[in-house]
Design a protein around this ligand. Structure first.
Ligand SMILES: Cc1cc2nc3c(=O)[nH]c(=O)nc-3n(C[C@H](O)[C@H](O)[C@H](O)COP(=O)(O)OP(=O)(O)OC[C@H]3O[C@@H](n4cnc5c(N)ncnc54)[C@H](O)[C@@H]3O)c2cc1C
Length: 721
């Protein structure tokens, strides 16, 4: 500090020290080091065991508006006062006579700086963590209120993207040494494709890169505020991805995907996880890099560039502009759906779809084209009908792992033609259908050409007791006449419907009913916690008014419905349970992210013991349920449906309860946000909760588990005798 006060005095006395920066530093300070960099020369100053950093304008003739160290100092001061992690600024001196140009001094911040974006020498997990921290830091910066910072007039406000294109075009032209057509074309394209909403404003860093971050054990410090201004925050989102597409192949382990980083960023800012104008911003970024490279090269020609390799920068201008143009051309007609197509299915893709589907699409009953596109890809890749061992060659145990993955994303089962209730219906037709039924119904279902529903539950009777069924089936020559009412018929009932009506003498039958038959009436869609589940076809109430179907539509034969139902429900329940495990994993992931980010009463949420215990209990429940489910899958594979019944009933109860508990904890940790549509948790909860009823309520399964357990105990007791 003594050093700083003497610097202060020197600046205030306005001593005329016509010395070069190196001269004065060598003369005044015990030790100094010139950091490399292309912009404002930066020096490490060491005095009395304390380290400082000095940044100054470069010497010589400079481009107007560039190298404004006073702005750097101002913004850093405001950020430091607001608690944002930047090195503490200590003094600013505008008098160019002191060391040749104006300068400022700040504290030296400790930590790691990675010059190489690939982050060599760190583990995959650490690499992921570092990039996630970078995305979080950026989101934190963009979330700060400008008024709180006292920086309302710092930039020019709305119209940032347009200004950026104009400014960098001007900067580039001022330093251009030859014609580069790609630069002119890119500038034109950017001007013609400005984002519609160019009035979104926050403090932007302007040069956000991994090597401008200092990774300190407790915080990430952001450096180099020379290009900071107020502008469109999303303009910096390409930076978290790091634009070099070769990066991932160089450094395969732990490098997060664009969508993951964008998802982290959006979650931190509490905004929907979609950036429709991303390609504009990436193209703009390349344009800026190219213009900066041109400026560095121009300074090297004038002899006032600060880096020794500045002359090499001239070579990179055209390639950078061409990559920018390439990105620009690819994005001309980029729609939400196309962006989504480039995403792999994941929980973040799911929330992305949510934002498109539920908030933006007026046609939510229609399958989005993106799902159809993904289906084509999945089918071409052989990832189709994976649930059916006879078709996929996978065991139930194999498929259980896949079902867990698809449970993370609400749309994934549809993409692979593995969605309920079609899966169960296909199983029925595969196991019990006649050759004709297989041709007419099973084959189109396997191809994904038609959809089905399963109609068992009735509004007027307690349907968990199948003997209550009232829907009737009467033979009339070579036809059957169906009369009754069903509800909670989930799925897209566009073509085939399974009716489970009560037949003579309390026996049940199952019959195929085309939904366009006269007398089939869709009464209304039901909602689950107020949501209509439109994208899955919803849950319909359907009336069958003297519906006449050919007798050949009966499956297996009259009175064989119960037999069929037993065969149908085993694997189907297993799939539901594994999907519930995947869903719970996603909910716990969200919980942990939130708990690590939010702070209440002086500490992060996860540091409150009750939250830490929820995390532990959720993990225990998930692992227990997964193992129980895998064990049931193994039993089904090796011992068949009948022997596996008890285990299947057990997981049916365990999975629904576990998923409800985990999602509920996650909602609680998210606070109000957990119930909003900004997160998928509310929808997840409605799915998890319905698992405790759909395919039979918990109580019915518990009764049958108890019955089977008592029988097993009896058998064991007899065996001991
Ligand atoms: C989202 C969702 C999707 C569904 N999809 C389908 C579908 O595609 N096709 C279809 O046919 N149905 C579907 N259902 C309906 C579901 O299978 C039934 O709601 C369920 O079987 C219970 O029948 P119920 O509603 O008639 O309840 P009821 O039979 O009236 O039972 C009500 C309650 O009584 C209690 N109870 C019942 N039996 C016992 C017992 N033995 N011991 C103790 N308590 C008992 C339980 O608490 C039970 O929850 C769906 C339901 C939901 C919520």
């Amino acid at each position: 500090m003594e050093f700083i006060s003497s610097m202060f005095k020197m600046c205030n006395n306005k001593k005329k020290l016509l010395l070069t920066v190196c001269g004065i530093l060598a003369f005044t300070i015990p030790h100094f080091t010139l950091y490399s960099g292309q912009s404002n020369p930066t020096f490490l100053l060491q005095s009395d065991g304390h380290s400082y950093v000095l940044r100054k304008k470069p010497p010589g003739r400079l481009l107007p508006g560039a190298h404004k160290v006073d702005r750097e100092y101002t913004v850093q001061k405001a950020l430091f006062s607001a608690g944002f992690p930047v090195p503490q600024p200590l003094l600013y001196c505008s008098d160019a006579e002191i060391i040749g140009t104006e300068f400022y001094v700040m504290e030296h911040a400790e930590g790691r700086i990675f010059r190489d974006m690939r982050l060599p020498g760190v583990s995959a997990a650490e690499r992921t963590a570092l990039y996630v921290c970078a995305a979080e830091t950026l989101a934190k910066l963009h979330s700060i209120d400008l008024a709180t910072l006292g920086l309302v007039g710092y930039g020019k406000g709305a119209g940032y993207c347009k200004r950026q294109v104009l400014t960098w075009t001007k900067q580039y032209k001022a330093s251009a040494h030859k014609e580069i057509p790609a630069m002119d074309q890119l500038s034109d394209w950017l001007m013609k494709n400005l984002p519609l909403n160019d009035s979104d404003i926050s403090l932007v860093h302007g040069d956000f890169r991994i090597d401008n971050l200092i990774f300190h054990p407790t915080e990430v410090i952001l450096l180099d505020w020379e290009l900071s201004t107020t502008g469109h925050p999303l303009s910096e989102c390409d930076s978290v991805h790091l634009v070099d597409p070769n990066l991932r192949s160089c450094c395969n382990a732990g490098f997060p995907s664009v969508k993951d980083l964008i998802s982290v960023y959006c979650h931190c800012r509490g905004i929907p996880p979609s950036i429709p104008e991303l390609n504009f911003f990436v193209a703009l970024s390349f344009f800026k890099l190219a213009a900066i490279a041109q400026g560095v090269y121009a300074r090297s020609l004038l002899g006032n560039a600060s880096a020794p390799n500045a002359a090499e920068f001239g070579e990179s201008v055209e390639p950078l502009a061409k990559v920018g143009l390439d990105v620009a051309c690819r994005s001309v007609s980029l729609t939400h759906s196309q962006q989504l197509a480039s995403l792999q299915l994941s929980s973040s893709a799911e929330t992305f779809i949510y934002s498109i589907y539920h908030e933006h699409s007026p046609q939510r009953w229609v399958t989005p084209p993106i799902i159809e596109d993904l289906k084509v890809k999945a089918r071409a890749a052989g990832l189709w009908n994976l649930f059916l061992p006879a078709v996929s060659g996978l065991s139930q145990l194999d498929y259980a792992h896949i079902a867990e993955e698809t449970g993370c994303c609400v749309f994934a089962p549809d993409v692979f033609n593995c969605q309920a209730p079609d899966t169960g219906n296909m199983e029925v037709l595969h196991m019990f259908g006649s050759e004709e039924q297989k041709r007419v119904w099973l084959e189109p279902l396997l191809r994904g050409d038609i959809k089905s529903c399963f109609c068992m539950t009735e509004p007027d009777v307690a349907s968990s007791d199948a003997t209550n069924m009232e829907c009737s089936l009467e033979k009339d020559g070579d036809h059957y006449i169906i009369t009754g009412r069903k509800w909670w018929s989930s799925g897209k009932c566009v073509c085939v419907c399974m009716v489970f009506p009560c037949f003579r003498h309390g026996q049940h039958s199952m019959i195929l009913v085309p939904m366009d038959m006269p007398g089939v009436k869709r009464i209304r869609p039901l909602t689950v916690f107020g949501q209509d589940d439109a994208v899955h076809g919803g849950h319909l109430e359907i009336a069958f008014e003297n519906v006449r179907v050919p007798a050949s539509n009966i499956i297996l034969g009259e009175g064989r419905g119960f037999e069929i139902a037993q065969g149908r429900l085993g694997p189907g329940r297993l799939h539901h349970c594994m999907r519930a495990v995947g869903l719970a994993e996603t909910a716990l992931q969200l919980l942990c992210q939130r708990a690590a980010k939010r702070q209440a009463f002086g500490k992060k949420l996860y540091q409150h013991e009750v939250v830490a215990h929820w995390i532990a209990e959720c993990r225990i429940s998930i692992e227990q349920t997964r193992l129980l489910t895998l064990s049931a899958a193994h039993a089904l594979d090796t011992q068949g449906n009948k022997v596996a019944r008890k285990q299947i009933a057990m997981i049916k109860v365990a999975a629904g309860r576990m998923a409800c508990k985990v999602v509920d904890c996650s909602i609680q940790v998210h606070g109000g946000a957990g119930l909003s549509s900004d997160f998928p948790l509310a929808h997840m909860y409605s799915y998890a909760r319905s698992l405790r009823l759909a395919d039979g309520p918990d109580e019915v399964h518990l009764s049958s588990i108890a019955g089977m357990e008592l029988r097993d105990q009896l058998k064991r007791a007899r065996a001991r005798l």
